[in-house]
Design a protein around this ligand. Structure first.
Ligand code: HEM
Length: 413
């Protein structure tokens, strides 16, 4: 019989339980906190302490992360007791702000199926010429503009934002408004009322947009959902607003962070740029998987709760105990990725967890992959002299929200 007080696993009340999340080490902005690697070596499951004093399990290794993320006894439903919330805002607003990732069972499946159509590899593939054009136009504009230029606001952020706006049917010209609102509501340290106000404004904006789509539909997901699901009462207006809000949030910040951090990683590993220069966007597939593995920008960890007792790796996780599964350390697990700390665009990184695992695995991954492939195949071919215009130590990293990224990255060429 194994229990939570077995050797190597500190009592949850003990001061030895480390606080989570753990900040990255200074000077190593592309690596997870070294303490996470030490915890991974110690055991596949260890206790950590959260902002509210609770002590959920941190699942440190790739195999156990995959097993638990696909275990029916483990739930993403944040209305279940014991769910390890990332912030007081989410804990206090979780009932009205329930997104797809926090649902389970038939409710989750029903909504997931409704949005699946535009994100299948076949449908996404039809966007390839348009995405190539958007990327080329932004490289042209960068080259034509003054140096140094901010790579984030002029390249990494607009490209995925234009693409997701096109797919959803959200007017791109409103991007200043919704990007600001999204940043505010996903940041961890923003006061409750500020985050609530931002969410309210975004909610009302999308509700008005849905009204316009009903009157004047376009060829986009929002019009399709409004006409086929809202009008036939398969979805109510609140569900539709929340669905689109979630797609808008997840559809561009994540990819933008990958473009900016991926470019930084390549600038810091110039030997790897040569691998990319040999590839067209179809050939950049493996390179993009490796960048996704190496960087793992969605953080800090998938959140789950056991709804029944689960025995795993000699440890019993009791029903009602929270679980945190940080893919950034699963993706650096030497048991699956030898020399995991090295960026190696020639490796097969196909088993990475950057898009999650199990029933909640990212719906938008074909779109994100395509955007990243087009960007990285074109960028260094067209701007071979691309370089940072400041030292890495002067770059403002974003580490206070649901994704890791860069606020700005001055570049020259
Ligand atoms: C590089 C870019 C991206 C990364 C790293 C990423 C990562 C993730 C991860 C880790 C999850 C799993 C959440 C969980 O299990 O709790 C997820 C879910 C999801 N992502 Fe992405 N994502 C990216 C781009 C996109 C894009 C472009 C879209 C399109 C709108 C999108 C839509 C979604 C949706 C709808 C879910 C929820 C799936 C579900 O709960 O069933 N993502 N994503």
């Amino acid at each position: 019989m194994v229990t939570s007080s077995q050797a190597g696993v500190p009592d949850p009340e003990s001061a030895a339980v480390p606080f989570f999340p753990i900040p990255r080490a200074s000077g190593c902005p592309l690596d997870p906190a070294p303490e996470l690697a030490a915890l991974q070596e110690r055991a596949p499951l260890v206790r950590v302490r959260l902002w509210d004093g609770s002590t959920p399990w941190l699942v440190t290794r790739h195999a156990e992360q995959c097993a638990l993320l696909s275990d029916r006894r483990v739930s993403a439903d944040w209305t279940q007791p014991g769910y390890p919330f990332d912030s007081p805002f989410l804990r206090d607003h979780h009932e009205e702000a329930r997104f797809l990732t926090a649902m389970e069972g038939p409710e989750h499946l029903r909504l997931r199926r409704m949005i699946a159509r535009p994100f299948t590899p076949r449908r996404v593939g039809q966007l390839r010429p348009a995405i190539r054009q958007v990327v080329d136009d932004h490289i042209d504009a960068l080259l034509a503009g003054p140096k140094p230029a901010d790579f984030v606001s002029q390249f990494a952020l607009p490209i995925p934002c234009i693409v997701i706006c096109h797919v959803l049917g959200v007017p791109y010209e409103d991007h200043d408004f919704f990007q600001h609102a999204i940043r505010t509501l996903t940041a961890r340290d923003v006061p409750d009322e500020v985050a609530g106000k931002a969410e309210g404004e975004l909610y009302r904006y999308l509700a008005r947009l849905i009204g316009r789509k009903l009157r004047d539909p376009g060829d986009d997901l929002l019009s399709q959902l409004a006409a086929e699901r809202l009008a036939t009462r398969q979805l109510n207006r609140h569900e539709l607003v929340m669905l689109v809000l979630f797609l808008l949030v997840s559809g561009h910040e994540t990819t933008a962070s990958m473009i900016a951090l991926g470019t930084l990683a390549l600038l810091l590993h110039p030997d790897q740029i040569d691998v990319l220069k040999e590839a067209d966007d179809r050939g950049a597939e493996a390179a993009v998987d490796e960048l996704l593995r190496y960087l793992t920008t969605v953080q800090p960890g998938r959140r789950r709760v056991a709804v029944e007792d689960v025995e795993i790796a000699g440890q019993v996780v009791r029903a009602g105990e929270g679980l945190i599964l940080p893919e950034e350390i699963g993706n650096r697990d030497e048991r699956v990725f030898p020399a995991a700390a090295a960026l190696d665009l020639r490796r097969d990184a196909g088993e990475h967890l950057a898009f999650g695992f199990g029933v909640h695995k990212c719906t938008g991954q074909p779109l994100a992959r395509l955007e990243l492939q087009v960007v990285f195949a074109a960028l260094f071919r067209r701007i071979p002299t691309l370089a940072l215009a400041v030292g890495v130590g002067d770059l403002p990293f974003m580490d206070d929200g649901l994704g890791y990224g860069l606020r700005e990255m001055p570049v020259s060429w």
